[in-house]
Design a protein around this ligand. Structure first.
Ligand code: AMP
Length: 249
């Protein structure tokens, strides 16, 4: 069974994101970019399935600017077999990405697609669900455990107040949560080997997908600065402040 893993290039999780001076978006020039952390967990899961003999090939796919190749190389260095870059300079929305991924799925015919539950730059949490709807495939979202059976998968989902275990039919879409696994670091020899692994480049037009944005961003602003906290001498003062200053009780 082939596994497809969509991976997104995002501003590194350790970087403080800054809004561009003209308010049109966030600064990405000269900023360290990395693979979305949830996508790393997705790649790790695919590798573990291959190591367990349950998958034959792992294909990493990224949609976006040419530099997304670097993100694909990271996936290849971790253990993916080959990469597909769907290259465009257009700012992609989750629906456009889901349509592109659907076209790649139809071309590659994987038995499982493992996505991150969300991208840390837009926090959308939409792509996996949209892809499942477009393909008419089963979905298991926010998973913290995955067991493949014969034509089915048992997935444990992280839901409000607990865990939910569901059985889904394959082929399926799953989106991974934080507790599924701890992604491995790519070793230096594997980074070197990854340079020789193939990356195919496709264009949205060739896949027959219109990626033009449907949403217009009017303005992006920094969150308001928080005032420094104060220490209160006793509970009486605290209650007074909550009642008269913060007006929350
Ligand atoms: P989102 O719906 O934007 O929060 O993203 C959820 C997941 O969809 C990510 O963790 C990736 O697995 C996948 N995804 C989102 N954007 C892209 C992209 N540009 N290229 C490849 N996969 C993506």
């Amino acid at each position: 069974m082939k596994i497809l893993v969509p991976v997104k290039r995002v501003v590194d999780a350790n970087i403080k994101v800054r809004v561009k001076a003209d308010g049109t978006g966030v600064e990405t020039q000269n900023v360290k970019m990395s693979m979305n952390p949830f996508c790393e967990i997705a790649v790790e899961q695919a590798i573990r399935l291959k190591e367990a003999g349950k998958a034959t090939e792992i294909i990493a796919v990224s949609c976006g600017v040419a530099q997304s190749q670097e993100t694909l190389r990271t996936a290849l260095a971790m253990g993916a077999d080959r990469g597909i870059l769907v290259e465009t300079d257009v700012a992609l929305e989750p629906l456009a990405i889901a349509k592109l991924l659907k076209a790649v799925v139809e071309k590659e015919q994987p038995g499982l697609v493992i996505l991150g539950k969300q991208a840390i730059d837009n926090d959308c949490n939409q792509t996996g669900q949209m892809l499942s709807a477009l393909l008419g495939w089963s979905q298991g979202t926010f998973i913290s455990k995955l067991e493949l059976g014969d034509g089915t998968a048992d997935v444990t989902r992280e839901i409000d107040g607990g865990l939910e275990v569901i059985k889904i039919k394959l082929p399926a879409i799953v989106t991974v949560d934080l507790r599924l696994n701890e992604p491995r670091y790519a070793s230096l020899p594997n980074i070197m080997k990854a340079k020789k692994k193939p990356i195919e480049t496709l264009k949205p037009d060739a896949l027959g997908v219109d990626v033009n944005p449907r949403v217009v961003t009017l303005k992006v602003v920094e969150p308001p600065k928080r005032n420094a906290g104060v220490k209160v001498p006793d509970v009486k003062t605290l209650i007074e402040k909550l009642r008269n200053e913060a007006k929350v009780i």
